[in-house]
Ligand binder design. Sequence first.
Ligand SMILES: [Zn+2]
Ligand SMILES: [Zn+2]
Length: 153
Amino acid sequence: MNSHLHEPKEELDKRLARFEDSCRQKGLRVTQQRREIFRTVAQSSAHPSAESVFVAVRKKMPNVSLDTVYRTLASLEEMDLLMRVGLSSKARFDGDLRPHCHFVCTRCGEVYDIFPQPGEAPLPLPGGAREMGEVRQVNVQLRGICKKCQATK
Ligand SMILES: [Zn+2]
Ligand SMILES: [Zn+2]
């Protein structure tokens, strides 16, 4: 993983604290494995796939299985600790819950972050949204062909 794709330490610490709080609230043990899987997603801004999380975690924990990684990512998603983004055939995971959109390339499956520009309102919700219940996460996904794929035709 490229170092420039690493989140700053304070942001990572915040995410790890949220992870530990949520586990405690759900009565889940903070196992080393669960923590390492979460940390791998939370420290990256590259939206890793389950497979690349597996490859990274296996370096530190050779006994981890791909199946465990899949199951753990699914449970972290249910706990609202990370989001599943990208194409359904090439799911990617995002530990950044700050409001932002994704641009998903339907050709290569790459997922790009789009953060609101300074002075822009962060993702306004449609008027009726709050009548549906409590909004905990906003997931806006734009789909198209990325510049890299456009350049290679
Ligand atoms: Zn592309
Ligand atoms: Zn993102």
